[in-house]
Design a protein around this ligand. Structure first.
Ligand SMILES: [Zn+2]
Length: 137
């Protein structure tokens, strides 16, 4: 099945709000939902690097989130992070560290006043844009 990303305006707002609150550091998190890419839960997470150009999830927080997702019988739909000062394109590092080929990678750029979001499927060093559909639940 081709990857897809469908979320509600409120979920998108929550992600952008998290990205803004972490600026100038990169923000990160996980979107959980079903196999069709419908997001049901937004997990805003801490960037353990506290860096403006790089992120890693805190391993114990990541463990807790994965556990929640499993218990709620959801799937990992997407991994998101922000680019405080650059466009919403995967960096070299984002490509190299894309360890979840089934997941969508959502990037939020805060470079301009208006946040810009793009989603990608990254498999074996190749990225392909995935359409983001914003729909009311
Ligand atoms: Zn990045």
């Amino acid at each position: 099945m081709p990857p897809a990303l469908r979320l509600s305006p409120a979920q998108l707002e929550k992600i952008i709000e998290h990205a803004r609150s972490c600026k100038p550091e990169e923000a990160c998190g996980i979107l959980a939902g079903d196999f069709e890419g419908n997001v049901q839960r937004v997990f805003c997470m801490e960037n353990a690097e506290h860096s403006s150009v790089f992120y890693t999830m805190d391993s114990s927080e990541q463990f807790r989130v994965f556990d929640d997702i499993r218990r709620e019988e959801l799937e990992i739909v997407a991994i998101f992070h922000s680019h405080p000062h650059s466009p919403a394109l995967p960096s070299m590092q984002d490509m190299e560290l894309a360890f979840y080929p089934e997941s969508v990678y959502l990037i939020i750029s805060l470079m301009d006043d208006m946040p810009e979001c793009h989603a990608y499927s990254i498999v074996e060093g190749q990225s392909e844009e995935v359409e983001i559909t914003v729909v009311e639940e």
